[in-house]
Design a protein around this ligand. Sequence first.
Ligand code: NI
Length: 173
Amino acid sequence: MALRKILLHPDPRLKKKCEPVTEIDDETRILMQDMLETMYDAPGVGLAAPQIGILKRILVMDVVKEEENAPQPYLMANPEIIWASEEFNTYEEGCLSIPEEFADVQRPEKVRVRYLDQNGETQELDCDGLLATCVQHEIDHLDGKLFIDYLGPVKRSMITGRMKKRKKERASA
Ligand code: NI
């Protein structure tokens, strides 16, 4: 397994619609494991393939934060939301590609997701709470959408401005 480099906003690869996975093969499984390791290392609760520059519909998640609880990783290919509640929830979201920035985003409170697991089996998962927010945030990444796209234009351009400055500082560090 290997850590992969996480792309930072703004980056054209974070704005692309990703391609479905046609086969869950060893290459896909290695990619999923690398993504999981990269996410835990960051640390974060979710990571989508475009965030490491791979434009495929793959994401990983583990919203169990407390160290005393066993990890509960989800590895998903071609995830799609097949049901969403009419009730909405607001969470303060962040993103590994937009570090140090957080904002309230409103999304359906509960969703049901259908996906292929690491064995190529079709699975369905009912999500609520942080898991529901996380899976919607990560699926958005597969369509080139970031959480700041839910904000007003002024707030969004302020965040993008700060990110450009941070990227420059990191590049020259
Ligand atoms: Ni994100």
